[in-house]
Design a protein around this ligand. Sequence first.
Ligand code: BGC
Length: 260
Amino acid sequence: MKIALDGKIALVTGGSTGIGRGIAESLAASGASVAIGYLSDRAPADATLAAIAAAGGRAIALKGDVADEAAVRAMFEQLDALLGPIDILVNCAGIDGRAALSWEAEPAAWKNVVAVNLFGSFHCAHQALARMTARRRGVVLNITSVHETIAWSGYSAYTASKAAVSMLTKTLAQESAPFGVRVLALAPGAIQTAINQAVWSDPAALPDLLQKIPLGRMGQVKEIADLVTVLVSDVGSYVTGTTVFADGGMTDYPDFAHGG
Ligand code: BGC
């Protein structure tokens, strides 16, 4: 079995940091030409481009807010012009928002989480699928979360948006399948990145998190990134309309290891 993405053109939103950066590096290492989408901070995007180039890969950076439909349209026009027609879209741009009980949350902040995670995924899929269905090839992979199925107090916008992306995935997959285009989701568990640094860097908080993970450890970016590469490659050719969980067992109800 060989994972070969040579000649493939990929866009990874949120591709300059965290899981997105790992995905961009993994796709490029497998031969894809990669565009990394970033919101505004150029330095991490440049660092990711440099890492990809140093490893012998090819990548460009595209600036744009996925929550903004016009900006996404412009990003795809740039992608067409600079690399060519898209084969692989990974919707990874996402935010969890500030923790707040729902009745205390600031509605504008709540809506912003949904705007980035759900509308952002839709805007990019909207552009990508128009191109992919016309060419009868392509894959869209949405990064959701274990919180597409596990409730999380303080994060109602995040959980609602991830559950919505899960169902968006299924419906887009149904629409796209007759055109030979796959749409799927990958749900990471607790992967050690900046988004959850407050937990893994706090010796008082970490044991509580680890207790929620049957494998007893946080995941690493590479464990998600390489799995994404497999799923969007031809090795994943029969996977569509579903979410693949990579969570160390977090969704396996670890509390039921005893009692019940
Ligand atoms: C969140 C992380 C969290 C993980 C498990 C992810 O979706 O972004 O902050 O550690 O879920 O709860």
